[in-house]
Design a protein around this ligand. Structure first.
Ligand code: GLN
Length: 256
């Protein structure tokens, strides 16, 4: 009995090896190359958004595609929202993120950043019909809409005690804009290239006050992880800047 069992196991093992071999020899194009998972935001036009045809497009999306092509790496995009993308990378569920993400010293504790690829900064916006909020001091006693995990939120938090306002958090830019349009919040803080694009596309908001000194955007990986991916991103970024592709992408999405 014992012998038969042993023989049976041996035969099964042999059969498995043969079927595995048959399987892999049948596939001539089996790819062993790593497919990176890259997280991004949902609505952050002109960096990432869905166009009329339901395709995910934008500066970040096209830039990543151009860099991946230049460097010959494969990836899958995960549009989860900004705050969720931060979580994806820090938990290791995604290998990297490109989401109009500002390179900040605080974030350098948890992320490694690529070379900067776009200069940005934070600005206040109010409803187009608002005639009372002109400076931060006018926000006293009011609500201010912010987007979870962003530099705009960090900035608003840093001045709210001084100016006496309260913050309300939203998971994405679209809902944050809605809250100000509806008059629930008196103002919002957003990156100026993004709010500028929204206003130019007809969203009834207007920028107010100064553009706060901003940080540039970078591609990010978890600190100490995926150094190969970061290296390829930087090499690809230099290539697409040198061959004019980067400028072409900017010209597609930023109308002068
Ligand atoms: N640039 C801002 C940040 O890094 C906002 C990014 C975003 O909302 N996608 O916090």
């Amino acid at each position: 009995m014992k012998k038969i069992t042993k023989l049976g196991i041996l035969m099964m093992a042999v059969a498995m090896i043969f079927s595995l071999a048959a399987c892999s020899s049948g596939k001539t194009t089996t790819s062993t190359a790593k497919k990176y998972v890259i997280a991004t935001d949902t609505t952050f036009k002109p960096f990432e958004y869905e166009n009329d045809k339901g395709e995910r497009v934008g500066i970040d999306i096209d830039l990543l595609a151009a860099i991946a092509k230049d460097q010959g790496f494969d990836y899958e995009l995960k549009a989860v929202g900004f705050d969720a993308a931060l979580g994806e990378v820090t938990s290791g569920q995604s290998d990297g993120m490109i989401a109009g993400m500002s390179i900040t010293d605080a974030r350098k504790a948890t992320f490694d950043f690529s070379d900067p690829y776009f200069d940005s900064g934070v600005v206040m916006a109010v409803s187009a019909s608002n005639t009372t909020v002109k400076t931060y001091a006018d926000l006293s006693g009011q609500k201010v809409a912010v987007k979870n995990g962003t530099e705009g939120a960090t900035f608003a938090e840093s001045i709210k005690a001084q100016y006496g306002f309260e913050t309300v958090s939203f998971p994405d830019s679209a809902n944050m804009y809605e809250d100000v349009k509806a008059g629930n919040s008196a103002a919002l803080f957003e990156d100026y290239p993004v709010i500028g694009d929204a206003i130019a596309s007809g969203v009834p908001l207007k920028m107010m006050g100064n553009m706060e000194a901003g940080n540039s955007y970078g591609f990010a990986v978890k600190k100490g992880q995926n150094a190969d991916l970061l290296k390829m991103f930087n090499a690809g970024l230099a290539d697409v800047k040198a061959n004019g592709e980067y400028q072409k992408i900017l010209d597609t999405y930023i109308k002068k």
